[in-house]
Design a protein around this ligand. Structure first.
Ligand SMILES: Cc1cc2nc3c(=O)[nH]c(=O)nc-3n(C[C@H](O)[C@H](O)[C@H](O)COP(=O)(O)OP(=O)(O)OC[C@H]3O[C@@H](n4cnc5c(N)ncnc54)[C@H](O)[C@@H]3O)c2cc1C
Ligand SMILES: *[C@@H]1O[C@H](CO)[C@@H](O)[C@H](O)[C@H]1NC(C)=O
Ligand SMILES: *[C@@H]1O[C@H](CO)[C@@H](O)[C@H](O)[C@H]1NC(C)=O
Ligand SMILES: *[C@@H]1O[C@H](CO)[C@@H](O)[C@H](O)[C@H]1NC(C)=O
Ligand SMILES: *[C@@H]1O[C@H](CO)[C@@H](O)[C@H](O)[C@H]1NC(C)=O
Length: 534
């Protein structure tokens, strides 16, 4: 498919301008135009292109070789892609946008960075709301928008998906087949970043992390080659990509395990602040005792205004026949002020959840974890994180007018032994995340969420968040409930990720990174995101 577009574009580039033609003449002939699509698909950046890429800057090199996919300020594509981010905190001024359409282009993009020693950024769905994680001033912004594979295999057990997509696209594609995959809970979130972070998902208690359900990666490595990683082919890379983010290569295709899904019973159940005690009891009870793998929930408290707290829980039950399941009874016993729970498709539910956040304002997530082996410890973890967070709010309201704070909230995601059993079943080779429920008990992976209007408040919010997070962690440490695990998808730029995976996993990630990328291209020239250090 993509292969048939590839050669003409290479030849066009080579035919443009004297320097290009010269280099083309001196190089070995390009591979035959009639090569099988699968083979073309796997080609690294052609040798002639590599020589051309040794130009002054990454953008100049790409403009000289693949001009039809390289866009400069003022062009419609540059202006569109440069705004195509979730949070205003991500916006920057890249020198150009490079929009590859196949792995060969991506290979050229990586080599353009490497040969010219120019920094670049990679953006998938653009939902990592951290300045500089997926964008760059002056360098090349490589966007995944045109890596658009989306197809089921013959028996529909596997879905191949390119990094162009959002989870909503994937679920609506699968819906007519009555199938689903483990992925994001909100439709606008991007596929690649979530899968490379791990992926907290509705089906986690059945199937583990979303990343545990990736059966194969197609990935462009630092030397420009296009590799595969499966449980048996480059198994160390396969392991590292499950939680190791952009440290190993640029993923051009994921193959995901599918499962049956018609309708689910799901919605958001909201109670008033006077019921917080019962709500917290319900969270701890669920985290400590739930044995029903079809369930998933995301409880949160929300500062609806400086004086009003409400509590909401996103409830999900993977059944098209059972409503109000027993495992949620403690939540459902609290009178609701609103309740959208009903039978619906996963696709419709992800769209509904998408409405919980607003894009194109300013956003910050911060992650943390408390652990506990019994209901009392889990309850204490919720209470402490909530209380320290709310105690810090007057300082936030002093820095940002309440009218400019559109969402202030904290949530707790239970990751229990059910989840790790799902992981082990889906992915016996393991992942990099190092979650150890056997020795630590249940995890409550919490996330603070602050959304505001007005970039002039960014610094004040960031400073408040860092201070508040330190205070939360100091309090949970003092109570003996702290864990260093910070889920990457919810983490802020100032946080450590790989330390929280445990020393052995951190060391193994570094080893795999050095093996596949000895020059550290994906840390030094692709500086954005969570990087594995020295
Ligand atoms: C509203 C909202 C809801 C969310 N819900 C969930 C949820 O339900 N579950 C969950 O687990 N997480 C969730 N997240 C977190 C989410 O998983 C991360 O933000 C993730 O990074 C999003 O993926 P993306 O492709 O949109 O990210 P991007 O910002 O595009 O990319 C994230 C990082 O990955 C790198 N990257 C992107 N594409 C590639 C590629 N093809 N190869 C190599 N590196 C690449 C980027 O350079 C960047 O560093 C949510 C986030 C938001 C904002
Ligand atoms: C891109 O290349 C074209 C043709 O080779 C040239 O005219 C144009 O000035 C270049 N653009 C930039 C911004 O370098
Ligand atoms: C590339 O992506 C853009 C933005 O999504 C889209 O408008 C365009 O049609 C895509 N082009 C190709 C060749 O896929
Ligand atoms: C909110 O609480 C503050 C004190 O915490 C008080 O000064 C203020 O009047 C209250 N506002 C409303 C609308 O009740
Ligand atoms: C505060 O928010 C309002 C809208 O609620 C917006 O009009 C205003 O510009 C924001 N203030 C700043 C300083 O951005």
């Amino acid at each position: 498919m993509f292969g048939s577009n590839l050669l003409p574009s290479v030849l066009t580039a080579l035919a443009l301008g004297g320097a290009s033609a010269h280099a083309a003449a001196a190089s070995p002939p390009p591979p035959p135009a009639r090569a099988a699509p699968a083979a073309c698909h796997k080609e690294a950046c052609p040798a002639a292109m590599v020589r051309l890429l040794a130009k002054a800057s990454g953008c100049e090199a790409l403009n000289a070789t693949i001009p039809e996919k390289t866009f400069f300020p003022g062009s419609a594509v540059y202006e569109f892609e440069n705004q195509n981010f979730w949070s205003n905190t991500e916006l920057k001024k890249p020198a150009c946008v490079f929009r590859p359409i196949n792995p060969t282009d991506v290979s050229c993009g990586v080599l353009a960075g490497q040969k010219t020693q120019s920094p670049f950024a990679v953006r998938g769905g653009g939902h990592m709301g951290i300045p500089g994680a997926n964008n760059i001033d002056n360098g090349v912004l490589m966007v995944m928008s045109n890596l658009t594979t989306l197809e089921l295999n013959a028996d529909k057990s596997e879905l191949s998906v390119g990094p162009a997509y959002r989870w909503g696209d994937v679920y609506s594609f699968l819906e007519p087949h009555s199938l689903a995959v483990a992925g994001g809970r909100l439709s606008p979130v991007g596929v690649p970043g979530l899968l490379l972070a791990g992926g907290v998902n509705f089906h986690g208690n059945q199937h583990g992390w979303a990343a545990d359900n990736v059966l194969e990666y197609e990935v462009v490595l630092a030397d420009g080659s296009v590799a595969k990683a499966t449980a048996t082919e480059n198994p160390d890379l396969f392991w590292a990509l499950k939680g190791g983010s952009s440290n190993f290569g640029i993923v051009t295709q994921f193959k995901l395990r599918t499962f049956a899904s018609t309708k689910v019973w799901a919605g958001t159940y909201t109670v008033s602040g006077e019921h917080l005690d019962e709500f917290f009891e319900a969270i701890a009870h669920f985290a400590a005792t739930n044995t029903d793998a079809k369930s998933h929930l995301v409880p949160m408290t929300v500062a609806a205004s400086p004086n009003t707290t409400v509590a909401s829980v996103i409830l999900f039950y993977d059944s098209d026949t059972v409503s109000n399941p027993e495992c949620f009874k403690k939540f459902l016993a609290i009178p609701s002020v609103s309740n959208t729970c009903d039978f619906k498709t996963l696709s419709a539910f992800a769209v509904e959840n998408g409405g919980l956040v607003v894009d194109h304002i300013n956003d910050l997530f911060i992650a943390g974890t408390t652990v506990g082996k019994d209901q009392a410890s889990l309850l204490k973890g919720v209470q402490i994180t909530n209380d320290v967070f709310f105690a810090a709010l007057p300082e936030l309201y002093a820095a940002v007018p309440p009218a400019n704070l559109s969402l202030v909230s904290i949530d707790w995601q239970p990751i229990t032994s059910l989840w790790t059993a799902g992981s082990a079943k889906s992915n016996p080779g393991g992942n990099a995340l190092g979650v150890d429920t056997a020795s630590k008990g249940a995890y409550l992976a919490w996330a603070e969420v602050v959304e505001w209007i007005g970039s002039e408040y960014d610094d004040a919010v960031f400073a408040w968040a860092e201070k508040t997070t330190d205070a939360i962690n100091a309090a949970t440490k003092a109570a003996g409930l702290y864990d260093a695990f910070n889920y990457m998808g919810d983490a802020a730029g100032f946080q450590e990720i790989y330390q929280g995976y445990g020393a052995a996993n951190e060391a193994r990630l570094r080893e795999v990174s050095r093996k596949y990328d000895p020059e550290r291209v994906f840390q030094k020239l692709l500086p954005g995101g969570f990087k594995i250090g020295n």
